[in-house]
Design a binder for this molecule. Structure first.
Ligand code: TXA
Ligand code: MG
Length: 340
């Protein structure tokens, strides 16, 4: 059903080679528990510019700095408030990014002009070793082209940059499939208040439980801080994606299939019964468990993107459940439309 990938060009490189390249200001894609990052030395301005260029990312979208040691925090941030400290102790290394006031001597080109800086300590043994052995801090946006799906396998990283000549990614460290599968939770500290900037698998509830303080969830569309990256369409496959509630799947398929047009459709859904649907060229069963769902979402969408479908239908996951919030955030951005 799917196109075969060409034989892998991924070099299973030793960490030493990655360190050497990063020290020369070159780009190394690295695995994390969330998604693969496109790494560059966070102290090297021209290396950071290469990252923006490679991703075709607007220059005002700030990058997350990845550190491997707690002591490195003070090289970047002015102060770590008490709740921030508690979150660090509870969740680092792990899929949580903190946005804190940057030190005055951290140049604006690191934070795209923001007074705050985003930091995280990823939890992947290869990358932790890379960070520790090198002593470097790495910028690490997801290793994909701007607006596209984040890669959760080394093959996906390879695919994301394969048409750019010369290839801007000097090395891909292959750490296997990412465990979490969607990007980290981002929390912003405004004095003592905490605001959720991007939901992830570490929930607002889990953070409130640790800090004893409520994590505020922005309710309207006005950005809380000028932190681009929250644009509407993001994390999207190329094939149009439609989110459809369970009861609307059948009518939707029927409505789309007419005498004159029968689009080739794939369905990502929960129920086996739907395999019997006529008009569906391919059915992929999705896990009922949100953590497993997140783990496989991007890779499945990426593979379906190669299936030559006119449309991907995605059965709506449970609504109004905190543990599905991050998934809803990503699928709504990826989708072209929604049928309820
Ligand atoms: O899981 C992740 O966070 C992955 C892995 C590779 O670590 N990285 C990732 O990076 O998702 P990226 O660049 O795709 O997303 C970074 C997000 C953007 O939405 C950006 O707006 C926000 O972090 N961000 C970065 N620096 C910020 C800052 N100083 N203030 C506010 N938001 C910031
Ligand atoms: Mg990204």
């Amino acid at each position: 059903m799917f196109q075969q990938h060409p034989p892998s060009q991924i070099e299973h490189a030793p960490i030493d080679r990655a360190i050497g390249l990063l020290e020369q200001g070159r780009l190394v894609a690295f695995p994390t528990e969330t998604v693969y990052g496109l790494g560059a030395n966070a102290r090297n301005q021209s290396a950071i510019l290469k990252v923006f260029q490679a991703k075709q990312r607007p220059l005002n979208h700030p990058l997350i700095i990845h550190i491997g040691q707690f002591a490195a925090l003070e090289e970047w941030v002015q102060t770590v408030s008490d709740p921030a400290e508690k979150l660090i102790q509870a969740f680092w290394p792990g899929p949580l990014t903190l946005v804190l006031p940057k030190r005055k001597d951290v140049p604006g080109w690191v934070t795209a002009g923001q007074p705050n800086i985003a930091l995280r300590m990823p939890q992947h043994p290869l990358t932790l070793q890379l960070l520790k052995d090198s002593g470097l801090a790495l910028v690490g946006p997801s290793a994909n082209q701007f607006g596209r799906l984040s890669p959760t396998t080394a093959a996906a990283v390879e695919e994301a940059f394969k048409d750019i000549n010369p290839n801007p990614v000097d090395l891909i460290l292959d750490g296997g499939p990412c465990q979490v599968g969607i990007e980290s939770t981002i929390v912003y500290f405004d004095g003592k208040q905490m605001h959720l900037l991007r939901p992830g698998m570490i929930s607002a509830e889990a953070m409130s439980a640790v800090t004893g303080t409520e994590v505020l969830i922005p309710q309207d569309k006005t950005p809380l801080i000028k932190a681009p990256g929250q644009c509407e369409q993001h994390y999207a496959p190329r094939t149009p994606l439609l989110i459809v509630s369970n009861t609307q799947i059948k009518p939707c398929i029927q409505g789309l299939t007419t005498k004159n047009a029968s689009p080739k459709m794939a369905l990502l859904g929960f129920s086996e019964l739907l395999t019997a649907e006529t008009g569906i060229a391919f059915f992929e069963k999705m896990p009922q468990n949100p953590a497993q769902y997140a783990h496989s979402l991007y890779e499945r969408l990426r593979l379906l993107d190669h299936g030559g479908f006119d449309l991907i239908l995605l059965e709506a996951p449970p609504a109004d459940h905190a543990e599905w919030q991050a998934i809803w955030n990503r699928i709504t951005r990826a989708a072209t439309n929604r049928v309820e």
